[in-house]
Ligand binder design. Structure first.
Ligand code: 4AZ
Length: 452
């Protein structure tokens, strides 16, 4: 071995080393490129698969038997497309208006009234001999599983109905005729006979804490559309379909949200709905799953009628400063035109605008139905709807506010309306139109009763 070639080999530049190292690098490169190509191809396939899944999820329902894709507009249409009925299984339910509940609560100090079935007349309930079992039966009639304590309030001239004692017969409330014999006592009594010597007036029944609803820890003070704190409107929720805000709603009980039926028209799959409560911001993850959706029946002839829905939650909301129920209106409280009302929501802040990330509040007033129909709606506003806005326009609900509450503060906050429809947003003489909640109290009671 001569010295030159030996030193070349020692330096690593020997004639036999150079080709070996470059061929190893070459093959590493080739394998690398191959791996990269495979990874990229897989990533592309996964991405395409993902996009196809998103597309299919948004347009079709997957039927297992027969194996096929059913277009979403055929889902919840009343026609079975899947043999196992998956396409009609998780849909909102239509609930017709049933017979009226046999109990109701009056605006006069929340006095309880009961219907006498054979005469179809209402009486207020006498305080004498009223038992927790009777209270439970009355509350169940209105769809409540809990029973408040009741107290006696004077059945004075303000209360036109006579107080009558009630009893349970086959589990339902019966109004006793005045002077009827009761139990084995064998003597005739009237409401108020409890304290005859003191000559006290008869007492009717009222819940001890009538406003376990409609309380908020903050009060709104700003006029016009302005950002709102959830603590001022703790019943306000966002109803979201596939994580997208569609409508507003109001908590009316631990497991119940009141909203508009039209929110579900193109979004019928119940499991895809979530309710976001306790926040004034639209984004954020914490949401509650929906168990059932109930809709009042809508006829094709009058599609704007009966725009009311009840959402039953999978788990109840826990009440706090930011989540509380709103009161339903009294059956007998008709508000006068001009009454100040509030609307709240995340809807468009301009007619062709976009949703607001922050909850907004605005003050409007009740507009009488006749002038609302005359000015804009040509008779489309029925007796079961309310109009609200400002005569000069500018303050109104809009797309995305639907289902949210129209609120009246009568000692405690009540949901008197549900955002439903209207021509444009905020234009003068075309006010917002709302479902009148008072007109649907019996429907609400019947739905909640069916789920007790
Ligand atoms: C809507 O599209 C909508 N200005 C809601 C309310 C009103 C108009 C439209 C009332 O959901």
């Amino acid at each position: 071995m001569d010295m030159d070639s030996a030193s070349e080999r020692l330096n690593g530049r020997g004639p036999c080393l150079r080709p070996k190292s470059s061929s190893t690098t070459e093959s590493f490169k080739r394998v690398g490129i191959l791996v990269l190509a495979v990874v990229l191809t897989l990533a592309c396939l996964v991405a395409i698969g993902f996009l196809v899944k998103i597309y299919l999820d948004h347009h079709y329902l997957f039927c297992k038997q027969p194996l096929k894709l059913v277009p979403l507009k055929q889902v919840c249409d009343g026609q079975l497309d899947c043999l196992q009925g998956e396409d009609e299984a998780n849909c909102p339910r239509w609930v017709p208006e049933g017979p009226p509940a046999s109990a109701r609560v009056s605006k006069d100090r929340s006095i309880l009234q009961v219907l006498q079935s054979h005469t179809q007349t209402w009486s207020c309930v006498c305080h004498d001999h009223f038992t927790p079992a009777l209270a439970r039966a009355a509350c169940e009639q209105m769809g409540y599983s809990s029973t408040p304590a009741f107290q006696g309030v004077e059945a004075s001239a303000r209360q036109p109905l006579p107080p009558r004692e009630v009893a349970l017969s086959n589990g339902s409330l019966q109004v006793l005729e005045p002077g009827s014999k009761r139990g084995d006592e064998g003597r005739q009594r009237r409401c108020g006979d409890e304290a005859p010597r003191r000559r006290e007036p008869p007492f009717a029944l009222s819940p001890v804490s009538p406003a376990d609803c409609g309380q908020s820890v903050r009060t709104p003070r700003v006029l016009g559309g302005s950002p709102a704190a959830i603590e001022a409107w703790p019943w306000q929720v966002s109803l979201q379909y596939r994580k997208e805000h569609i409508c507003g709603g109001s908590i009316i009980g631990p497991g119940w949200v009141l909203t508009a039926a039209h929110c579900f028209t193109n979004n019928p799959i119940v499991q895809s709905w979530r309710v976001k409560a306790g926040s004034d911001l639209l984004s954020g993850a914490a949401t509650i799953a929906v168990e059932k959706v109930f809709l009042a029946e809508v006829t094709p002839a009058s599609p704007k009628d009966n725009d009311i829905a009840l959402v039953k939650l999978r788990s109840p909301v826990h009440y706090s400063d930011s989540t509380k129920p709103i009161c339903l209106p009294y059956f007998d409280e008709e508000l006068a035109p001009g009454t100040p009302l509030w609307v709240v929501g995340w809807g468009y802040t301009e007619e062709r605008g976009k949703l607001s990330e922050r909850l907004q509040q605005a003050e409007v007033e009740l507009i009488d139905k006749r002038s609302c129909n005359l000015a804009a709606y040509h008779g489309d506003v029925t007796d079961r709807m309310l109009c609200a806005g400002l005569p000069q326009g500018g303050v109104d609900t809009c797309q995305g506010d639907s289902g949210g509450p129209l609120l009246y503060s009568g000692g405690h906050w009540q949901v008197v309306g549900i955002v439903s429809w209207g021509q444009g947003c905020g234009t003068p003489s075309t006010p917002g139109v709302y479902t009148s909640v008072r007109a649907y109290l019996d429907w609400i009671y019947a739905v909640r009763r069916s789920e007790l």
